[in-house]
Design a protein around this ligand. Structure first.
Ligand code: FES
Length: 363
């Protein structure tokens, strides 16, 4: 058994119980806890022998390393330039088929790969530079109080001041300028991403939906038109405009145009005659909650209440979808509907107000 094993533990237990309550407890030969003496448990192996690098001994190897570092910074510059060009040149809709992945957005792939090259080039170049050309001195740092001594502080300042010289920036202008170019260019994608994320301006995109006069109401997702006679009492339809199939931005348009269609007994509808935008008791309301835009997907046919599952806003369909509970502040906007010559339900006008949650300039 070694000196720190069980035998020693038993010995300690004996000694500990004997000396319990005293300020010093014997733990090891030559070490008394509480006295500040550390036990000598193993030999300090010291530092391994220093092996100089090729670039330390051979100027040709150093030149080679310098070129390799510059090449990595060059790859970074190339990646950054590709990013900048691709950001403007590749249309957002362009897609490509990748085996094993399927359809993928070309812009995302090119921007991702080029940005990765931009970062990796700088990272690998810096690591290679440090491993081949930067000072190769091995340093031992002893434990010390957290505050550095005055001499260490002076040393730090001088290290920072002499860092450029130690890193051979003065002697190797190729690295200095290629690193400057790579870092300088690399700032541009950051600026571009921030600036690009701010636009384009929504213009009237928040105020308008794809609904227009004469648009047939079609089932979602079957995309089949609905006759007034299909809508029975108590039923509810999830509806989109027929024209959405031609939209270039189907998901965005669908998020604004989704509508719920229900039939009520006409006599329970409590709105003024001129404000009755339904058709023989059939009414259509925006499905987008006016709180923060969740789909209002639950219809309680006994009470004629629409419920938003996100925060429980509740709208009374008999009172023009007035809010009767929850955090929503506005009724769901109504879509004015009628029927066409073939008896299919169509929009009689676009939405008269913006659907969904509040935004600046909503009015
Ligand atoms: Fe509908 Fe909050 S999004 S209640």
């Amino acid at each position: 058994m070694n000196e720190h094993g069980t035998e020693h533990g038993d010995e300690l237990a004996d000694q500990g119980s004997a000396g319990f309550g005293s300020t010093a407890v014997r733990l090891d030969q030559g070490h008394i806890e509480g006295t500040g003496h550390l036990p000598v448990r193993f030999e300090n192996p010291g530092m391994p022998p220093h092996i100089p690098r090729a670039a330390d001994l051979d100027e040709l190897a150093a030149k080679r390393a310098e070129k390799q570092v510059a090449a990595f910074f060059g790859i970074s510059m190339l990646g950054t330039l590709v990013f900048l060009v691709a950001y403007f040149a590749i249309p957002m809709e362009a897609q490509v088929f990748l085996p094993g992945i399927g359809k993928a957005n070309v812009s995302n792939i090119v921007l991702g790969v080029s940005l990765a090259l931009g970062m990796l080039g700088i990272g690998i170049g810096a690591v290679h530079w440090a491993k081949t050309l930067m000072p190769d001195t091995e340093v031992v740092e002893e434990r010390h109080p957290l505050r550095s001594g005055d001499e260490a502080r002076r040393g730090f300042v001088s290290t920072v001041l002499n860092g450029g010289t130690d890193a051979q920036l003065d002697r190797r202008p190729l690295i200095k300028y290629s690193l400057g170019g790579a870092l300088g260019l690399f700032a541009l994608p950051m600026v571009l991403q921030v600036a690009g994320s701010l636009g384009p301006l929504p213009e009237d995109g928040l105020s308008k939906t794809p609904w227009k006069k004469g648009d047939r109401l079609v089932r979602d997702p079957e995309h089949t038109p609905i006759k007034a006679t299909d809508v029975t009492l108590g039923s509810v339809f999830h509806v989109l405009p027929e024209s959405i199939k031609d939209s270039k931005h189907v998901l965005e348009d669908k998020a604004k145009a989704a509508v719920l269609l229900m039939r009520l007994e006409p006599e329970i509808i409590q709105v003024a005659k001129e404000r009755d935008w339904g058709y023989e008791g059939i009414v259509a309301y925006s499905k987008i909650c006016t709180h923060v835009g969740c789909p209002v997907g639950l219809y309680e046919q006994q009470t004629h209440h629409l419920l938003c599952p996100c925060h429980q806003s509740t709208f009374d369909v008999t009172q023009d979808c007035k809010v009767i509970f929850g955090p929503a502040k506005r009724p769901l906007p109504q879509l004015k509907i009628t029927v066409d010559d073939e008896g299919y339900l169509v929009a009689d006008a676009p939405f008269r107000e913006a659907v969904g949650p509040s935004f600046w300039e909503r009015g």
